[in-house]
Ligand binder design. Structure first.
Ligand code: NAD
Length: 353
């Protein structure tokens, strides 16, 4: 059978290596820019200092206020600074939250972005922005939002503490898994997804075994880039929607929530997407994909129960209701009872059957 598809390659420049942080000034100059606003967060102040030093006179201001879920008041404050110093480029160092701030500024002003990711969230290679105003998170997509240049520095990424690296890597794994059963799936993205799964699984196993070296971090960062590219290219399904609900309505932490939910969302979809699951299982080197992902999380020391992340048992039914409010494409039919069962298993931390 021939399956039709449409595939657009996103026009971003990727610089990958160890010590690449030092190339940020060249990347800014390459874009024809000369007045940089450096974006960071309090946890990454040291990395912000290193980038500011490397940029020298190209850096004209610094903003360390990036926060989770890209709150609009924070973007307002950064935008005011950007205007006051007449910046023509932002350089963002940090996880998805700092990347979100850079994207929000680009969405408003069209300013060029150089992003230096320190987690595996993958936002740096997607044209999507999620922002929060008055407690409501909205998402939009536009070519202006996609960062022009991404500088992946394996050495810098090695500073990410192991427990955060584990959950962030499973967050990336989720992009690759859902890409394989996306309605927009195509052979190019399938190939990236499978390579991402192999690399992320290798990195997670090595972290679990205590082999935390640059080779491990390189596998994880390459896997994150490839998985993020999948996220930016094809639509996601049940797993991402559920995590969006749990993060947005119950304030659960982004990457740990992905880590707990992924094996259960896969189990829910397994019978309806047998070919995709077989490919995931093969890439992981296991017989069954959902339980294989669960075992990988356990081996790496990641969280397995939503109850441990702060979700009250009484919230399960409410979350299931929100999750089925708006229909979206998914391999298995979405039923309120089915989702409630999934969430009960995830809440208790059961291994998928
Ligand atoms: P994050 O950016 O909030 O980082 C998690 C925590 O780790 C933060 O406290 C951060 O300061 C800290 N941290 C990051 N790097 C560190 C390092 N090297 N050393 C020490 N601490 C470090 O979280 P995240 O999981 O990277 O991103 C989540 C956010 O990104 C969410 O708001 C999510 O919605 C968004 N996101 C958006 C997209 C998209 O395509 N639009 C994709 C993925 C994630």
């Amino acid at each position: 059978m021939t399956t039709g598809f449409v595939h657009t390659t996103a026009p971003s420049r990727i610089v990958f290596g160890a010590g690449t942080l030092e190339t940020v000034p060249q990347e800014v100059t390459r874009l024809g820019r000369e007045r940089v606003l450096v974006l960071a967060s309090p946890e990454l102040a040291e990395a912000g200092d290193r980038i500011e030093k490397a940029l020298g006179p190209l850096a004209v201001a610094r903003f360390d206020g990036a926060a989770m879920h890209t709150p609009v008041p924070v973007t307002d404050e950064a935008a005011e600074l950007l205007r006051a110093v007449s910046a023509d480029c932002v350089v963002a160092v940090g996880g998805g939250s700092t990347t979100g701030l850079a994207k929000a500024l680009a969405a408003r002003t069209g300013i060029d972005q150089v992003v230096v990711p320190t987690t595996y969230a993958g936002s740096e290679v997607t044209p999507v922005l999620g922002e929060t105003a008055d407690g409501v998170k909205t998402t939009r997509s536009s070519p202006d939002i996609l960062p022009e240049t991404v500088v992946y520095d394996v050495e810098l990424s090695a500073g990410l503490p192991v427990p955060v690296a584990v959950t962030s890597a499973v967050n990336a794994l989720a992009h690759a898994v859902e890409a394989l059963y996306s309605p927009d799936a195509n052979p190019a993205i399938d190939a990236l997804a499978l390579d991402a799964i192999r690399r992320l699984a290798t990195g997670l196993r090595r972290l679990g075994d205590g082999t935390d070296d640059l080779a491990t971090r390189s596998e994880l960062l390459q896997g994150a880039w490839l998985a993020g590219t999948c996220l930016g290219a094809v639509g996601m399904s049940l797993h991402h929607k559920l995590c969006h609900t749990l993060g947005g309505s119950f304030d659960l932490p982004h990457a740990p929530t992905h880590t707990v939910v992924l094996p259960h969302a896969m189990a829910y979809n397994a019978a309806a997407a047998p070919a995709a699951m077989a490919r995931v299982a093969e890439a992981l080197g296991v017989a069954d994909a959902p339980s294989g992902v669960y075992d990988l999380v356990v081996r790496a020391g990641g969280p397995t129960a939503l109850g441990d992340l702060g979700l009250a048992e009484s919230d399960i039914a409410v979350a299931a209701g929100i999750a089925v409010e708006k229909p979206y494409p998914n391999p298995a039919e979405l039923t309120r009872d089915g989702i409630e069962g999934l969430l009960r298993d995830a809440w208790a931390g059961q291994r998928p059957r």
